[in-house]
Design a protein around this ligand. Sequence first.
Ligand code: HAM
Length: 422
Amino acid sequence: MINIPRGTQDILPEETKKWRYIESKLNELMELYNYQEIRTPIFESTELFARGVGGSTDVVQKEMYTFKDKGDRSITLRPEGTAAVVRSYIENKMQGLPNQPIKLYYTGPMFRYERKQKGRYRQFTQFGVEAIGAENPGIDAEVLAMAMHIYQSFGLKHLKLVINSIGDMHSRKEYNDALVKHFEPVIGDFCSDCQNRLHSNPMRILDCKVDKDKEAIKTAPQISDYLNEASKAYFDEVKQHLDDLGIPYVVDPNLVRGLDYYTHTAFELMMDNPNYDGAITTLCGGGRYNGLLELLDGPNQTGIGFALSIERLLLALNEEEIELDIDNEFDLFVVTMGDAADRYAIKLLNDLRKNGIKADKDYMSRKVKGQMKQADRLNANYTVVIGDQELENKNINIKNMQSGETEMIQLDGIVDYLKNKE
Ligand code: HAM
C-alpha cells in the first residue's frame, strides 16, 4: 500500500464541508474590508523566496521544497504567500492603478519541510492578506483588527493579540549590532542554529526554541530601546488606534517573527485557551514590510499583511468545541420498488436536478427499509416511494421527513411541488 506523504493530509468529505464554509465566510469578510482576491502560482523561482523571505531564515535554509525543472531552472513550491503577491504587484505594475492602496487576499496550499506536529504540516493552506502602497498606522490597525474579526466571526473567544515594533531599517540595524555585541561572548553555549544566526540574523536568537531559557536571552537588549523617534511615533499611533477600537493586545519585545522582511509593526494572534494541550498556539502572524518591494526590484512602496492557516483555525474551533453552521440540507430521496419504478426514478432525478432540486435514489438494490435508512443518512427533507401502483394511478404520497406528514400529489407534479417549497 502506498501511504500519504508525511506531513500532508487527505481532507475527506465531512471535513471539506467545513473548509468550504470557512472559505466562503472568509470571502464574505474580505468584501467588507474591500480586499480583492489574487491567485498566484503554486511554484515560483527559488530566487524570489531566497531574496524576499531571506537567506538566513529557517524557511529558506531548511524548509523549502526546491527542485530543478526540465529547463534546469531552480523552482520552489511556495512556502508562503507574501513574496509571490509582491512579485505579482511589481510585475503587473499595480502601483500605477488608481485604487490605492492595493488590498489583496489569497487562499491556497503552501509547502514547508517542517517537523510534523499537531497544527504543523508540510502542506498547509494559508489564507492571507496584503495591503500594499500605504504607510499609515491606520491601515496597520485595520489589518490587525481584521485578523481579530476573522477569528471572532467564527465564534472563537480565547484569543490573544501580541504585537511588537521592529522599527525601520535604521533602528533594526542598530538593534542587530547591539544584539551581536551582547551575544558574542556567550554564543559558544548556544545551539548551532543560533551560532550561525549570530551575524546573519541575530534577532532570531531571541525566539530560539532550544535556547529560550538561557540567561543571555532574558538580559538581551530590547528593540524598544533602539527604536528611533519616527519608529516609536509610528508604533504609538498603531497602539492608539487599537485602543480606540477597543482591541486588547500585549506588547512582547521578543516577538521578531521568522521571516526577514518585517519592519515596524509585527504581530501574532495566539490561541489563549487554558485547556489546550498542543505546543503550537500561534494561529496567525504578520506585519509590515517596508523594504520588501525594493528588495525585489520594485517601486518604493510599503505593505502590511498577515496569514493564517485553515488547519490551525480548525484546530482552534475544535478546541473551543464550536460547531460551524453548515448547510446539510438535502431535498428528496426517491425510494423505488421494481424495475419500472427504478427506470421512472432515473428520469425523475434528471428533471429534479435540472430544476435545482437536490435529489438521489438507491443504486445498491436495497430493500425499501434500507432505502429509507439511506434517506435518513442523507438528511433528506422529503421522500417518495414509487412502485407499480403509483405508476399506474399517477398519484404519489410525498412525505415530509421532519413533520412525518404525507400529502398526495400527482406523480408528474413532484418537481413543481418541491420548487414551490423552496
Ligand atoms: P508565517 O508566520 O510564517 O507568516 O505563517 C503564517 C501562519 O501560517 C502561521 O501563523 C500559521 O497559522 C500558518 N502556518 C505556517 N506554517 C505552518 C505549518 N507548517 N502548518 C500549518 N500552518 C502553518 C507568513 O507566512 C507571512 N507570509 C505572513 C504575512 C503576510 N506577513 C505579511 N503578510
